[in-house]
Design a protein around this ligand. Sequence first.
Ligand SMILES: [Zn+2]
Length: 576
Amino acid sequence: MSEVDDIKSRLDIVDVIGQYMPLKKAGRNHKGLCPFHSEKTSSFLVSSEKQIFHCFGCGKGGDIFSFLMEKEGLSFSEALNQLAEKAGIELQSKPRDWGLKSKLFSINELAAKFFEKSLTDSQEGRQAMNYLVKRGINRDTIRTFRLGYASSGWEYLFKFLQRKDYVQEDIEKAGLIVQRRNGYSDKFRNRIIFPITNVIGKVAGFTGRVLNLEDLPKYLNSPETPVFNKSKILYGLSVTKEDISINKTAILVEGQTDVLSSYQAGVKNVIASSGTALTSEHIRLIRRYAEILILAMDADNAGNEATKRAIELASVHDLEVKVALLGKYKDPDDCIKAGIDIWKEIIANAVPVIDFYIKSALNKFGQDSIPAKKKVSAEVLSVIALLDSPVERDQYIKKLSTILKIDASNLYEALSKVKNKKLPQKPTIQQNDKPKTQDTYWLEKRILGILLYKPDCFKGVQDELEKIKWPDKLSERIYGCFKDCYTRKEFSLDAVVEKLDYQDRIDILEMMMVIEEHYSDMSQLDIAHELDFYLNLLKQSSTKMAMSKMAEEIAQAEKSGNHDKLKELLEKFKAF
Ligand SMILES: [Zn+2]
């Protein structure tokens, strides 16, 4: 048995999903409100028998692995690790550096606990705690985000970790100690510690912030390690992902304290990049949970540049971007201190990207002189040109024309010049290998589903089926397996499923859930009629496709003057 099968045999999908949301028994399945789209009546079904879930509303479905990957935003191997742990299985197929990675996570976890304890239990730590409380961060927030304190001693943490049987080499790899002239000492000293966790809450690294502002650097980060890659980690996400998912909106701020104060103010769907410029990986990570990204960067030039960069990255990943205008406040923390309602209002009034560009161009160039108008329109038009919708473009041209007191027709002319310049292209999004766009795919699925559900229908349509050239490879494989099992008179769905690859197996089981829902109260005769109907539809559509392909070939033969070929093709065409 493979590890995946072993895990699946020990865990019930109903229990695993049931830990995330309430499920109710409904006939042979369990039902609940879909966690992947918002709905008022349950269309999310979980089958204990098939170990599959499927949502009839948004079409998401799969097994426990797919569920965890989708819900927690994990890669397959992360989901595998998490479920293996749950099932109490020691994985043999760990990636080569898995051992080191898990060791570094353990070291980091111990260090985080050590820092947390010294914040509450040591004399120095209590001073740090007072400092935090004075800055308005309450104890609940401190606990939730696991803030800690690194004392001024030279090797407190180092000694502690050694006592826990970790060797210097590994502690150094975790980035917690640094080499000095006479040996090693703790990297973080006399600082408030913010642990940085990955998406599932494991401590990947730390930021240390000074207490005395004269100390430098103000912020000290863990170095890049096998478990800490700044361009892939978002501060706060493991705590706030549920809120982001519920709101379908993420608010991106610059500083860790901004995350804490916004969270504490009740605006919980917030994250920060960890002391680094936003990357495309960050955006992808956000996209797993959110459809809208509100940028609330500091109101300085650097913040403005960061905002523009984020806008460009997000547009590539189909993330709708809005910008929170902080006005006179220098950062979100500053604004929240002035009043929680002010912050909530600023977020609620976040403006679309173009409005942000208009505002920032006006601030930069002014709007009265002719050179200023030219510069503003050039900057804003270059962004308007990126809009897909002509209605939206129109709306912003009119707005710009009113603000700059320039005739709209002039702006349209300028826009057409900008548009002719090469614009950055959206990269084509990787399709997975299922040809979902192919318009016969759902038909093939329906036909095969009915066959597997009521194999007795096979005899009546066998001749028809034999003529079909299945457009999709998976359909062809499923049909082959079905026939194999059917003719050997030992037909069972399990026998078919066993012959398929892992992913195909999940697809087919999900398909069967759909079919059962549709056909469970239909008579055998009606089902046979349904099958006929879909077979005809598939034949028609393949004829159509074959005809249009042949028409192309005829045109080609005509063009090239190949008369023999042309004659042959025309004969064939008539035969249709
Ligand atoms: Zn759904």
